[in-house]
Design a protein around this ligand. Structure first.
Ligand code: PRE
Length: 365
């Protein structure tokens, strides 16, 4: 199953809706959902019916800022009980994404229900498109969830993804922005985001990312982070002049690194630091990273368990396009962001809302 979009080659992805592509004054989107369905939307008019056809493609077309909403896609997917998949186009060369629809969607609407009315259509921002070349998409290997993480293989975020979704396909992204966009553009199902560490505290930058994007927290996982000092084979730790790693990892190993008397340099992720040393054969440079990173990049473990506290735990959030609707049969954790007008006692009053309903607060940020 495959889709190619926008023959003119000017399509731009629209965030955060699935399959939204703005092309000049027209919108085109396509999603591949099954081998037996086409959703047709006529130019300039709102379609209100789905047509079943012998075709492997679901296509939605419209003029202006129409957008195929998740409702549309869900409903369409409901026709065949399969999950939709999206193709992305950037610039003039058409990119085609292929994927098997593997998961049945919950609560898919009736195929005959009306499409979202025009009044519901909202203006959408048009972000810089994420191109397929920005995010290499390996084959699925039968895994059931694709999880984007920031870093390269061997990063702790990859381990967190595997802990949360043991059969997942972890998709490396060079930046958190790319991981978020990958979810928003339906290239992956989830993104994993480190949010807090037992030694370093809150990761403020990532809280800001949560505010800037419209993804929802659907889970969390706590991972024991066991840092090693890595170097090229044959190198002794006394020979190191500098150590590179993610700033959080460097902070978590402060005591050891101070004792070693090395310069510290921050890079994007721990495993990336290991990869960098291996790629440039840097004999005077060490990396703070996982034992798995040592294995992947052919480095030696010069010191093991170098974090300042043996119980070094990082909490990671799992993000998805859609929220989980909390059930009442078990407790759910919810994150709320709000602002208050300046004034005496306003914070007290806001918190009273929770206290009066016996809602336990685990963290105020
Ligand atoms: O660089 C990595 O390996 C990451 O997964 C990032 C990260 C972080 O951002 O805190 C995750 C866990 C550790 O606390 C150190 C680094």
């Amino acid at each position: 199953m495959a889709i190619a979009l926008c023959p003119a080659g000017t399509a731009r992805a629209i965030q955060p809706y699935v399959g939204g592509f703005k092309c000049a004054n027209q919108l085109e989107a396509a999603v591949c959902i099954s081998s037996a369905l086409i959703l047709e939307r006529r130019q300039g008019a709102l379609a209100n019916s789905f047509k079943r056809r012998e075709c492997s493609t679901l296509v939605v077309r419209g003029r202006g800022l129409l957008y195929p909403t998740i409702t549309v896609l869900r409903r369409a997917a409901g026709c065949v009980g399969q999950k939709g998949v999206l193709a992305v186009q950037d610039g003039s060369s058409p990119h085609v994404e292929e994927e098997r629809a593997e998961q049945a969607w919950d609560n898919a609407g009736s195929p005959n229900a009306p499409i979202v009315p025009t009044s519901d259509l909202v203006s959408l921002q048009i972000p810089k498109p994420l191109s397929i070349t920005d995010l290499a998409l390996p084959p699925r290997h039968g895994s059931d969830v694709r999880v984007a993480y920031q870093g390269v293989p061997g990063a702790y975020s990859e381990a967190a993804a595997a802990k949360a979704y043991p059969r997942c396909e972890a998709v490396p992204c060079d930046q958190f922005e790319a991981a978020f966009q990958a979810v928003e553009l339906w290239l992956v199902d989830r993104a994993v985001l480190p949010i807090e560490n037992s030694l370093g505290g809150s990761i403020h930058r990532n809280y800001d990312l949560l505010l800037r994007h419209r993804l929802h927290i659907v889970g969390e996982v706590q991972l024991g982070v066991h840092h090693c000092l890595l170097g090229l084979p044959g190198v002794k730790k006394e020979e190191l002049l500098r150590v590179v790693s993610h700033p959080q990892a460097l902070a978590q190993c402060e005591h050891t690194l101070v004792k070693l008397g090395v310069a510290r340099e921050a890079v994007d992720d721990t495993a990336g630091a290991a990869q960098f040393i291996a790629a440039h054969q840097l004999r005077d440079t060490g990396a703070v990273a996982s034992a798995r990173a040592a294995e992947i990049y052919g480095l030696e473990i010069l010191m093991d368990g170098i974090q300042d506290d043996l119980d070094n735990v990082t909490r990671f959030l799992m993000l998805a396009r859609e929220p989980i609707i909390p059930r009442i049969d078990r407790p759910f954790k919810t994150s709320i962001v709000f602002t208050l007008e300046e004034g005496p006692g306003v914070l007290f009053k806001a918190l009273a809302v929770f206290a009066l309903r016996s809602i336990n607060l685990t963290k105020i940020f």
